[in-house]
Design a binder for this molecule. Structure first.
Ligand code: GLU
Length: 308
């Protein structure tokens, strides 16, 4: 009924109504207490268009843990730094395995399949590492500048829990170190990784901060964050590797490059048009927001707009 009318406020209102019966169908992330104890009945969407228009619905001002979505920011920094040389350290193929799998790393000689699985993101943190304490603040400054919002911060409770329960990540870092694919001290690199996962922000901050991916690498004020080619590459990696091992199902249902995190956030890009971020903390079996995935599927259906 809404298909032919690109009325974003109306579309978002409709989506909010449509998802009301889906609370309770997913499950909160429970690998750390800080995520297991949040109110599951929350939902928000925010859209930032390349023309600078904004639309939102739901709990748009609530902070949430961006977790793996942070991998988009650190990958951007690493691509700026190394350009194509980055591919000597990390691959660009979907893994088909869990995001924290160790198996593939062993028989592929410590080269992670892509920058969006944990092992790949840890290598990326190693690439951008330029000093203990300095790197995590560099990441935070980058995110703050993109949003732009100087109040975006780490959630130290989440960062502590990540460290306390990060046994698999530590195992991956050590395995990669044994293959020579981690240059810096594993604990220092993991400190960056655990902190980037703990960054908290709102859906508003999230969609604003990544507008350069919908805008050929440029911010809304026309500042070049990365070049067009790099923006294209990040979008390609998001499409093929951004949704854990449910990337095929997501592409089939939603049809957009996107990145999710176990905090329940998902950010998706319509190149040359907009960035849409959703947050709802209950996850499906693959670790993607249950309601977030459905909301994005409804969005591309109602707006008749995807990359396909
Ligand atoms: N902090 C999580 C971990 O490293 C990241 C989870 C995610 O969002 O994929 O296990």
């Amino acid at each position: 009924m809404l298909k032919d009318k690109l009325n974003y406020p109306e579309i978002l209102k409709q989506i909010e109504q449509d998802i009301q019966n889906d609370f309770g169908k997913g499950k909160l992330a429970d690998y750390i207490p800080a995520l297991a104890n949040i109110n599951p009945n929350q939902f928000a969407i925010h859209i930032t268009t390349t023309l600078g228009e904004e639309y939102s619905v739901g709990n748009v001002d609530t902070l949430f843990s961006i977790q793996s979505i942070s991998k988009v920011y650190t990958f951007t920094l690493a691509l700026k730094q190394l350009n194509d040389d980055i591919w000597q350290r990390v691959g660009k193929e979907p893994s088909g395995n869990r995001f924290n799998s160790l198996v593939q790393l062993e028989y592929e000689n410590g080269i992670p399949r892509n920058p969006f699985i944990n092992a790949g993101a840890i290598v990326i943190s190693d690439i951008i590492f330029d000093g203990l304490g300095k790197t995590k603040n560099k990441v935070l400054q980058f995110v703050r500048g993109l949003s732009p919002n100087q109040t975006i911060s780490f959630d130290e409770e989440v960062a502590d829990s990540e460290r306390e329960f990060g046994h698999r990540n530590r195992a991956m870092a050590n395995l990669m170190k044994s293959f020579g694919n981690l240059k810096n001290d594993t604990n220092d690199v993991l400190d960056v990784y655990f902190h980037q996962c703990s960054i908290q922000m709102t859906v508003k901050d999230l969609s604003r901060s990544l507008i350069y991916l919908a805008n050929g690498g440029k911010s809304l004020s026309n500042q070049e964050i990365i070049n067009y080619r790099q923006a294209k590459r990040i979008n390609a990696l998001m499409l093929t590797c951004g949704l854990y091992d449910a990337v095929g199902d997501f592409a089939y249902r939603v049809g957009l490059p996107a990145k999710s995190g176990v905090g329940g956030g998902i950010v998706a890009i319509i190149p040359n048009k907009l960035v849409i971020s959703v947050w709802s903390p209950e996850l499906n079996q693959a670790g993607n927001s249950y309601i977030g995935t459905k909301a994005l599927e409804l969005f591309t259906t109602y707006a008749s707009n995807s990359i396909f």
